[in-house]
Design a binder for this molecule. Structure first.
Ligand code: PLP
Length: 402
């Protein structure tokens, strides 16, 4: 109960049946089901009525190690008893450790920490504009279907059709090409172009992969034209697709990479990572009160110490192959569509069946999944999900499609 009087009399029009009463104080930025989640462990969640759910959303591809993993709890407990924030104007040991862990042995070795994916991408856009400033270049080629976050510049960079009419005027300087179509990229390059920016797998669009061949073509094209290649690995990074960063599977290195989501495994931290040549911020260009705070960096360091291990990544590949195979046989049993994606970022086309309706049914059956499109289900489980949990998922979906 709040100690404050209600701001408005509680009338029926403020109340949606089943929703928590206090929800009228939250801005309705998305439709939410009535459940209030109170506890999580591994691949399981519980609501305030004690009901158990199998979670294949995992904080939106965030919980690398499942809910409340010991690694994260220990890092939070130890760091919160030691040092929370000395200010980003001073060094702290966890930020130094995490920057080294990301950059060590790689040409992508200049790191700026931020708090959300959008903030890391905003930093990447600024870095590219800084890079092109001397030559008057500022345009960035991005992609139809791309998603880069919800700041004004990131929405402008995104290729999500629903964003097009919103918050006009957009930030100028973005031109859109088509994924896996190198000619469409070349056609958008002008004398003002400074960079090409994309996700190695378009997650929010419905799990559409940039092919390795396309990423290699982009690397060649950008290098030849003196452009930066920016990879948004906020969803694909930190083991999600079976390698620590997705781009290594194509045998390329971008000039700039952004990380978010899985890096904190449930807590907010993101990173902008650049090569020394691309890392051109001057003191004063970039910063933020919480950027590189020791509490979140200690968690990021603990997460990477697990997720970067070869045996951990090898298991993501094998369990991802298991999930894909189970989804493919589910699809053929029920006459559904394609299974797409890599590692543990997978999608299933539902054919003529409404994916949002499947999501609603699944919630009733105690399963959380996501529908990024009307005809697509997306699966983004914990990277340490068990085969038995995958079997349970497929069992529930079998009943729903039955
Ligand atoms: C989630 C996501 C973002 C935005 O991250 P936020 O933390 O929500 O700001 C950006 N790019 C990609 C590819 C994402 O999946």
């Amino acid at each position: 109960m709040s100690v404050y009087p209600a701001a408005q009399p509680h009338t029926a029009e403020h109340e949606t049946p089943g929703l928590p009463l206090q929800s009228r104080y939250l801005m309705p930025i998305t439709g939410r089901p009535p459940q209030v989640f109170v506890r999580g462990q591994g691949s399981l969640l519980w609501d305030d009525r004690g009901r158990r759910y199998l979670d294949f959303v995992q904080g939106w591809a965030v919980n690398t190690l499942g809910h409340c993993p010991p690694v994260v709890r220990q890092a939070l407990a130890a760091q919160s008893a030691t040092l929370l924030t000395p200010s980003p104007a001073y060094f702290n040991q966890p930020a130094l450790n995490l920057a080294e862990r990301i950059g060590y042995g790689s040409t992508l070795n200049q790191v700026f920490f931020a708090n959300s994916g959008a903030e890391a991408n905003e930093g990447a856009i600024k870095l590219a504009r800084r890079f092109g400033a001397d030559s008057g270049r500022y345009e960035i080629v991005t992609f139809h279907g791309g998603f880069h976050g919800r700041t004004l510049a990131c929405m402008s960079a995104s290729g999500k059709a629903a964003f097009d009419p919103l918050f006009e005027p957009k930030v100028p300087g973005f031109r859109r090409a088509r994924l896996n179509d190198i000619d469409s990229v070349a056609a958008q390059i002008t004398p003002a172009t400074v960079a090409v920016m994309l996700e190695p797998v378009q997650g929010e669009a419905g799990v559409f992969e940039a092919t390795s061949g396309f990423l290699q073509q982009l690397r060649t094209l950008t290098a030849d034209a003196g452009l930066l290649l920016i990879l948004d690995e906020i969803q694909t990074g930190v083991g999600r697709t079976g390698s620590l960063w997705c781009h290594t599977q194509a045998g390329i290195t971008p000039d700039i990479m952004t990380l978010g989501k899985g890096l904190g495994a449930g807590v907010p931290i993101s990173a902008l990572v650049a090569t020394e040549q691309a890392s051109c911020f001057q003191p004063g260009d970039q910063g933020g009160t919480w950027c590189g705070n020791p509490l979140m960096c200690a968690v990021g360091d603990a997460v990477l110490s697990t997720a970067a291990r070869p045996d951990f990544l090898a298991r993501v590949v094998s369990v991802g192959a298991y999930l894909k195979e189970r989804l493919q046989s589910l699809s053929s049993r029920h006459g559904l569509g394609d299974v797409r994606g890599r590692g543990l970022l997978l999608a299933l086309d539902t054919g003529g069946i409404s994916a949002p309706q499947v999501v609603d049914r699944a919630l009733e059956e105690g399963l959380l999944v996501n529908a990024p499109r009307k005809d697509t289900l997306r699966f983004m489980p914990a990277l340490n999900v068990l085969e038995s949990e995958i079997d349970e998922l497929v069992g529930i979906l079998d009943e729903i499609f039955g």
